[in-house]
Design a protein around this ligand. Structure first.
Ligand SMILES: Cc1cc2nc3c(=O)[nH]c(=O)nc-3n(C[C@H](O)[C@H](O)[C@H](O)COP(=O)(O)OP(=O)(O)OC[C@H]3O[C@@H](n4cnc5c(N)ncnc54)[C@H](O)[C@@H]3O)c2cc1C
Length: 480
C-alpha cells in the first residue's frame, strides 16, 4: 500500500475504475478506491501535475481524512498549522478583531487547520496514489465520454473501458457537460498570487504577517472587494486571494493574468495591501461563478459519477474547495468497500450522490455567503458587521465567539455570532468517512437484505424489484 494505511474493510469484488482528471478530487478518489482494493486508472490531459500555483487552505475536515489514511507525517512536511485569523478593513487597515482557533474544537474535530501550496498537496496525493498502485496516465486527454457503454475515447482515438467512470475533470470538463447544468451567473473575479517570504520580511511594514498570531490568516473586508492572505507551507511564502468585481481578466488556474490588473484592484486598499500587491508574482485570475445544483451526479444511461468540482463547483479560493474534493474521494472509497456484486454499482453511485449532495450544497452556500459578507458595500449591514466585531475586540473577545457572551442579539446572516460559529463547527467537525459508514448501517444493509430477497443475478443494471425498492426508499426518505 506504499504511503497509505490499508483500509479495514476491503471490497470482496474488485472492479475497474477510470478516473478522468488528476486534480485533487481525481487523485483522492484514486487513493480511496485503491485502499479498498479496486483497480484504478487516472487520465490527466496535462503532462505534469506540479504546476506552481497559489496557496491552499486545508480545514480540519480535510486534514483528518489524510491523517486517517496514514499521511499525517507527509502532510506536516508540506504545511503550516494555522492558529487563528485577524480581520481588517480593506480601505483603512483598521483591525476589527482576531480569533484564535479553539484548541478543544480542533481536538474534537480530529483534524487541524493547515496551509500549503496547492501544488504540494497535489504532488502528495499524486505520489500516494502511485504508491498504492493506481495507474496514472499524464498527457492523456479524454475527448469523449460514453456513459452508456462505460468507456472513454482519448484524443488519440484509443478507447478505454471500465466498470465505473469517475468524472473528476473540474467545473468545465467534459463529464459535467453530459448533465443538464442550467445557467451560471458570473459574480466576481478572484486573483490568486504568492509573495516570497524573503521579500516580505525585508519590509518592516509587512513583516507583521509573520508575527502576531503565529502563522495566522488575514482577511481584509472592503467595498465590493476583499482579500485573504496566509503563509503557505514549505518556505512559508505568503499567498493572496483577492476578490473583486468582474474586470475581463478571468482565465484559469493555469494561465498567468496581468499583474497590473491585480494591482489595480488594490488601488483603494490600505498601504500595506498595496505593498503586498507590488511584491506579488505570477497571478492567476479565476471567475467566481454561482452555478445551479445538478439534479443528479450519476448519469442516467450508465455508471458515470461526477466528483469534486465537476459535481459541485465552489467559489475559487474557498476554504472547502480542496476539502470537499477529498471528502468525495473518502466517501466513494467507503461505499465501494462494500462491493461484492456488480449489481450494487449503480445503487452505490446513487448513495454517493445522496450522501454528498446536501453536504456540498450547504457548504457551498456558506462559502458564497462568506465572500459576500467580506465584500459588503457601505450600508447598515456593513456597519453592523463592523460594530459587532469592534465590540468584541474592545471587550477582549475572539471575534467569532458567541454573541451571548457580550449580551448582543444574535442575527443570523447579518452579524458574526454564535450561529456563524455553530456553522463553522458543523463544517469543520464533519467526518466524511463516518457519514458514509452511517449511511451503510442505516440504509445500505437494508438495501442488501432487500437485494437478497429478490435474488439478483450479477449484472450491470438494477433489476426492476430493486428499482422499485429504491423508489420506495426515496419516498420514505423524502417523507422523513
Ligand atoms: C492547475 C490547477 C491549479 C490550481 N491551483 C489552485 C490553487 O493554487 N489554490 C486553490 O485553492 N485551488 C487551486 N485549484 C483549484 C482546486 O484544485 C479545485 O478547486 C479543487 O481542489 C477541486 O478540484 P477538482 O479535482 O475537482 O478539479 P480541478 O482542480 O479542476 O481538476 C480537474 C483535472 O482534470 C483535468 N482534465 C480536465 N479535462 C480533462 C480531459 N478532457 N482529459 C483529461 N484530463 C482532464 C484537468 O487538467 C485537471 O487536472 C487549481 C486547479 C487546477 C486544475
Amino acid at each position: 500500500m506504499g504511503l497509505v494505511k490499508p483500509a479495514r474493510q476491503i471490497a470482496s469484488l474488485s472492479v475497474d475504475f477510470l478516473v478522468i482528471g488528476a486534480g485533487i478530487a481525481g487523485l483522492a478518489c484514486a487513493i480511496a478506491l485503491r485502499r479498498v482494493g479496486h483497480r484504478v486508472v487516472v487520465l490527466e490531459k496535462h503532462d505534469s501535475i506540479t504546476k506552481a500555483t497559489g496557496g491552499c487552505r486545508m480545514p480540519p475536515n480535510l486534514s483528518k481524512i489524510l491523517f486517517h489514511w496514514g499521511l499525517e507525517k507527509e502532510l506536516r512536511k508540506i504545511s503550516l498549522k494555522s492558529q487563528g485569523i485577524a480581520l481588517n478593513l480593506f480601505e483603512t487597515g483598521e483591525l476589527l478583531g482576531e480569533h484564535i482557533w479553539d484548541e478543544e474544537l480542533l481536538r474534537e474535530s480530529r483534524g487541524e487547520f493547515v496551509f500549503a501550496h496547492h501544488a504540494d498537496l497535489r504532488q502528495l496525493l499524486y505520489d500516494t496514489a502511485l504508491s498504492c498502485g493506481a495507474t496514472i496516465h499524464l498527457n492523456t486527454t479524454v475527448a469523449a465520454v460514453e456513459p452508456e457503454a462505460c468507456r472513454v475515447r482519448l484524443s488519440t482515438g484509443e478507447v478505454l473501458e471500465a466498470d465505473v467512470i469517475v468524472g473528476a475533470d473540474g467545473p468545465s470538463g467534459l463529464s459535467r457537460q453530459l448533465f443538464d447544468q442550467g445557467e451560471s451567473v458570473h459574480r466576481m473575479n478572484m486573483y490568486s498570487a504568492t509573495i516570497p517570504k524573503e521579500l516580505i520580511v525585508q519590509d518592516e511594514d509587512l513583516s507583521f504577517v509573520y508575527d502576531g498570531i503565529l502563522r495566522s490568516m488575514f482577511a481584509w473586508f472592503g467595498d465590493g472587494r476583499s482579500v485573504l492572505g496566509f503563509p503557505a507551507g514549505g518556505k512559508a511564502d505568503f499567498a493572496l486571494f483577492i476578490y473583486c468585481p468582474k474586470d475581463g481578466n478571468e482565465g484559469s488556474w493555469e494561465e498567468i493574468a496581468p499583474l497590473s490588473a491585480m494591482q489595480e484592484v488594490l488601488e483603494t486598499a490600505e498601504p500595506r495591501l498595496k505593498k503586498l500587491g507590488k511584491l506579488a508574482q505570477s497571478p492567476t485570475c479565476i471567475a467566481f461563478k454561482e452555478v445551479p445544483d445538478l439534479d443528479d451526479w450519476v448519469h442516467e444511461s450508465g455508471p458515470l459519477v461526477l466528483v469534486g468540482e465537476a459535481a459541485n463547483p465552489l467559489p475559487p479560493g474557498s476554504i472547502q474547495e480542496a476539502a470537499l474534493a477529498i471528502e468525495d474521494g473518502a466517501v466513494l472509497g467507503k461505499l465501494f468497500s462494500h462491493l461484492h456484486s456488480r449489481s450494487q454499482i449503480r445503487s452505490l453511485l446513487y448513495a454517493f450522490h445522496e450522501i454528498r449532495h446536501d453536504r456540498c450544497s450547504r457548504v457551498t452556500k456558506k462559502e458564497i455567503g462568506d465572500i459576500q459578507f467580506m465584500c459588503l458595500p457601505p450600508g447598515d449591514y456593513q456597519q453592523m458587521r463592523d460594530d459587532v466585531m469592534r465590540a468584541k475586540r474592545d471587550a477582549g473577545k475572539d471575534v467569532l465567539d458567541s454573541d451571548a457572551d457580550t449580551g448582543e442579539e444574535e442575527e443570523k446572516g447579518k452579524g458574526v455570532g454564535s450561529a456563524e460559529w455553530a456553522e463553522i463547527v458543523d463544517v469543520f467537525g464533519y467526518d466524511a468517512e463516518d457519514d458514509a459508514d452511517n449511511w451503510w448501517v442505516m440504509w445500505g444493509l437494508l438495501r442488501e437484505r432487500a437485494r437478497e430477497d429478490v435474488d439478483i443475478a450479477p449484472c450491470n443494471v438494477m433489476t426492476e424489484q430493486v428499482v422499485e425498492f429504491e423508489q420506495a426508499l426515496a419516498v420514505v426518505d423524502s417523507e422523513a
